[in-house]
Design a protein around this ligand. Structure first.
Ligand code: SF4
Ligand code: SF4
Length: 349
């Protein structure tokens, strides 16, 4: 095992601060579901007292990749990185096959079809006219699930729909660091052809922004184009917002500012707005009980705002919100932020 990796695992002081923030631990209440307990198991492997067996694999898989434990950890231990490296080292060839690009594509296709059947998208997206002319070469980065789950992206400026690879986070968290590196390289090559690349999925945005060697000045979140604009809702609404784990506080407050300043919109902040929605990529397909607890709790908190609409900016979070709405049998609507801004809001100035 890599020495740096062992050092990080040994660095865990067992203080337990990660237990206060880990969504999986909140839902399961088992020591093996939180970073501290996972590191103890990995210590057992380092000391050759434990084998990397089915149970250890299952426990490592019990992670939403939310990075909340890293933010709370006094030793700044990056659990998501450690789990990815361990999986990359110990996964069997069969595990690698299950986490291969082809299986991922089949899974995504199945999920997209399932989503369409479960939540038919009844609304036709409005085409934005009079787009702002710009001399910049702008590309849109479309995530694997964005179009099917959130609706077609549009924005008040001209852009190219470049065919990027998946941001590769799903491969990274499963220990396929080889695929992550390959996709990262391809995406960096494509990014280099543009002045700006615009994102509308918080998770893709955060992943690409953290690529080693990326020119961060080119990576833009689409909401930047709505800042300082005079906006008006097509009808009065009370709106709330779920903050995806992969968007930082600065971006979140910017989004709140945009929503609060739309004429006709009353923005209400959800209690525990930054708690994970529980779906985490395809985590919910393997751990639906844990995901359901978190998804339901999320919607229960949203409902306290009396909002008509809850927004978010990640397809998996949006799916979780819709699932939570079904679980609670509530009437609130859930939309993707980009879809909402271009279909329910007009730019006045
Ligand atoms: S917060 Fe960090 S040091 Fe403390 S128990 Fe969790 S992983 Fe270990
Ligand atoms: S990344 Fe999130 S879900 Fe995973 S162990 Fe850390 S706090 Fe828990």
């Amino acid at each position: 095992m890599d020495k740096e990796l062992v050092k990080d695992i040994v660095n865990c002081s067992r203080c337990g601060l990660c237990m206060d923030v880990c969504p999986v631990y909140k839902a399961k209440r088992t020591e093996t579901s939180v970073s501290r307990g996972k590191f103890l198991q990995l210590l057992g492997i380092i000391n050759k007292k434990l084998k990397f067996d089915r149970r250890v694999k299952y426990n490592l898989d019990l992670c939403l990749g939310c990075k909340k434990c890293k933010a709370a950890c006094p030793s700044d231990i990056d659990a998501v990185k450690i789990f990815a490296q361990i999986k990359s080292e110990f996964n069997s060839p069969f595990d690698n096959f299950l986490n291969s690009a082809i299986i991922f594509k089949i899974k995504m296709l199945a999920l997209r079809i399932f989503y369409k059947l479960k939540y038919p998208f009844g609304r036709k997206a409005v085409k934005i006219k009079n787009k702002k002319e710009t001399s910049l070469k702008i590309a849109h980065f479309e995530g694997c699930a964005t179009r099917s789950v959130c609706g077609k992206f549009d924005a008040p400026f001209k852009f190219v729909n470049e065919k990027f690879e998946c941001c590769a986070l799903p491969f990274y968290v499963k220990g396929r660091l080889d695929i992550y590196e390959k996709y990262k390289k391809r995406n960096l090559n494509k990014i280099s052809k543009y002045d700006k690349v615009v994102f509308d999925c918080a998770t893709c945005y955060d992943t690409v922004l953290n690529y080693e060697g990326v020119d961060k000045s080119k990576i833009v979140y689409f909401t930047d184009f709505y800042k300082q604009k005079k906006l008006k809702a097509v009808s009065p609404l009370i709106v709330s917002f779920h903050k995806p784990c992969h968007i930082d506080n600065e971006k979140f407050f910017e989004i709140e500012d945009i929503l609060s300043n739309i004429e006709g919109i009353t923005y209400k902040r959800t209690e525990k707005y930054d708690e994970c929605c529980g779906f985490g990529g395809d985590f919910f397909t393997r751990h639906i009980n844990t995901a359901s607890i978190l998804s339901k709790e999320k919607i229960e908190n949203v409902l306290k705002t009396n909002a008509d609409v809850v927004l978010t900016t990640c397809p998996t979070c949006l799916w979780s919100l819709k699932y939570g709405i079904k679980l609670t049998n509530s009437k609130i609507h859930a939309f993707d932020l980009a879809y909402f801004l271009h279909n329910f809001v007009e730019i006045i100035d």
